[in-house]
Design a binder for this molecule. Sequence first.
Ligand SMILES: [Zn+2]
Length: 157
Amino acid sequence: MQDSNTESSTVAKLDTPKDAWRQLLSTEGCRVVVDEGTEPAFSSSLNTETRVGTFLCAACFLPLFESTSKFDSGTGWPSFYSAIEGHVETKRDFKLVLPRTEYHCVRCGGHQGHVFSDGPEPTGQRYCNNGVALRFVQDSETLPELRDGGVSVERDS
Ligand SMILES: [Zn+2]
């Protein structure tokens, strides 16, 4: 059984098959985003990313976190105290004996990480995210267009 929480989301969900994303992700990206794995702690350069910008879903490019909510949790994974409202949804994860709350991109369903209630103010939440599941775009750069995982969506001019 899984609890879903989508009440606040206005993002249209894609029905792209999970496997279609494999062609757009690295091997480690597939293991995390598609197969709900966890990258090794301190393996992502985004762990120490401190520039101003936006963190996107590595699969479909939906913005998930703003750099203003990022904090150093000391865990070795990029951590945020809040997600962009309505852009992630949660489900209970019973892979370990103690249930954790898994969250994923609301648009493509790609796994991002787990959320815990030991985060800092103002929310008290800690979104513990796999860096390989994110793409960072600095404020000075243009956000890439959303992609749907299908073929020939993006075209180079
Ligand atoms: Zn996504």
